[in-house]
Ligand binder design. Structure first.
Ligand SMILES: [Zn+2]
Length: 495
């Protein structure tokens, strides 16, 4: 069930020669797509964009430039059209307001002051397609442009949190220190900008020099330095289609959840690991977050291919003893240290609830967490008793909230989540809301699990009620322990 990418466009806006700075934004952590990431202003194609005339080109080249200019104006307030030098800053701000309030269309905005978008003002800077694992995917056209005289970049808060001009080298340094998260195109662009500050004429060629920048498959996803996310297709629970394998470290790497049982996916992971090893790195160990088949499917293969040990919690090892040989038990609170730049200190957290032996990995320096199936970026977490336990699940979420520093969550399914605390709090709230609905259903007379599901999951599609019933039983077990419901002859009632 792969999602079809939607057309989108973004602008890399430079100013100040000879030592240029670039304008970038921090996306609001609340956004579903790339929340909390730093990126270049841009967005999705609008049907109106095809009605805009672009001097010097037509077809897709024109439409995507119009889209990029419109999005940049809406988000950052700079109108990249010829003729704006005749307008005052107030006039430009007023035009932006009228457009953002839907009082005027983009076409009107340009035509009323005889403004013109010129093809030549925008150099093609690559086209990137979001990998398959993301719940929302875009085919994004990037353009390079220069800041016009006399305008000001100012973001509209809401979808965006901040906007700033930054030297590319400073942006790169901030990413290297683990302070920010970048998607693969942004990271590539920042790297190229930093490397070519004194040769800007070479930039368009440099930006489009790798296959990924020509709609090629994006395989190297490094949201944080030394934390590689490698999605592999697995027999997992819809809407997820992939499980994220994480490869972490510098010279020495650990591989978390080589998940795919499919040979062609295992080969893809093999060649990615080979490419990291060709940079002089080596794999120390494979570690498993938990025993589910969509997390361990490639473990035996990778273990024999690389000749490295597999580590897991003893409860996980016990569940997979016939399929994967576990060489070492990992305990709660163990510290896994990986040398390199900037260095990684992974604290193992046993976090039961989804499964008893479930592990998360807390990177103490930057506050990032590899969450496994405790918190996910797409779909929901199933708590299926007796392996699943709702009380333990709540306790594990609270444990994450009590950690001293929280920045990014790296889940086993879906993209990284840039608003760690908000996301975990949202999970606690959501489960609490569900518990209250279940309690209300029992109060209203529903006494069998399937009746309780019908009353408490009215917001969920009936095709999901089978799974919902498992989670409902988990909630009811907890409520029984809390002495808020009791079960008599298989029927639930309020205490
Ligand atoms: Zn699982």
């Amino acid at each position: 069930m792969a999602v079809t990418p939607k057309d989108a466009a973004a602008i890399i806006l430079l100013r100040d020669r000879p030592d240029p700075t670039v304008f970038w934004v921090k996306r609001s952590p609340k956004l579903q797509f790339m929340g909390g990431f730093h990126a270049f202003p841009g967005g999705q194609l609008d049907k109106e964009d095809s009605s805009i005339t672009v001097a010097g080109c037509d077809g897709e080249e024109a439409v995507m430039r119009a889209c990029a200019v419109r999005e940049f104006f809406e988000e950052a307030g700079v109108l990249l059209a010829r003729g704006t030098e005749r307008l005052s800053l107030e006039r430009i701000a007023e035009k932006r307001r009228a457009m953002n309030d839907n009082v005027k269309s983009f076409k009107q905005t340009l035509e009323e002051d005889a403004l013109e978008i010129a093809c030549a003002d925008f150099e093609p800077a690559g086209r990137w397609v979001t990998p398959h694992f993301a719940p929302r995917r875009f085919d994004t056209w990037f353009f390079l442009a220069w800041m016009p005289e006399g305008q000001e970049a100012l973001i509209e808060t809401g979808e965006l949190e901040t906007g700033e001009w930054i030297r590319p080298a400073d942006a790169l340094a901030s990413w290297k220190r683990g302070e920010i998260i970048l998607a693969p195109p942004t990271l590539h662009i920042i790297r190229m900008l930093a490397a070519h500050v004194d040769r800007v004429e070479e930039l368009p060629a440099a930006l489009t020099s790798i296959p990924e920048s020509k709609r090629g498959m994006v395989r190297r996803i490094e949201f944080r330095p030394g934390i590689f996310l490698f999605p592999v297709r697995t027999p997992t629970l819809p809407p997820a289609t992939h499980t994220n394998c994480y490869i972490i470290g510098g010279d020495e790497l650990i591989v978390i959840d080589p998940a795919s049982p499919y040979e062609e996916e295992q080969q893809e992971l093999d060649s990615f690991i080979d490419s990291l090893m060709s940079e002089g790195r080596r794999v120390r160990e494979i570690i498993l977050t938990h025993h589910h088949p969509d997390h361990i499917g490639g473990a035996a293969h990778l273990r024999s291919r690389l000749g490295v040990p597999v580590a897991a919690h003893r409860l996980t090892a016990d569940r997979i003893k016939y399929s994967v040989e576990v060489d070492r038990f990992v305990e709660d609170n163990e510290l896994i240290e990986l040398d390199g730049d900037p260095g990684w200190r992974l604290r193992v957290l046993q976090t039961p609830g989804h499964t008893r032996g479930h592990l998360c990995f807390y990177e103490e320096i930057t506050g990032a967490i590899i969450t496994g199936d405790l918190v996910v970026g797409v779909g929901t977490v199933v708590i299926d008793p007796p392996e699943g336990n709702m009380r333990h699940y709540f306790e594990s979420l609270s444990r994450l909230l009590s950690l001293p520093k929280l920045s990014v969550l790296f889940p086993a399914h879906g993209p990284a989540i840039g608003s760690a605390r908000e996301k975990i709090e949202e999970y606690v709230e959501h489960r609490t809301m569900r518990e209250n609905k279940i309690l209300a259903a029992v109060q209203a007379g529903a006494s069998l699990p399937h009746e309780i599901v019908e009353a408490a999951y009215t917001d969920v599609h009936p095709s999901m009620w089978g799974l919902a019933e498992r989670s409902t039983v988990a909630h009811l077990e907890k409520l029984e322990e809390d002495r808020r419901v009791l079960r008599y002859n298989g029927l639930y009632q309020i205490v």
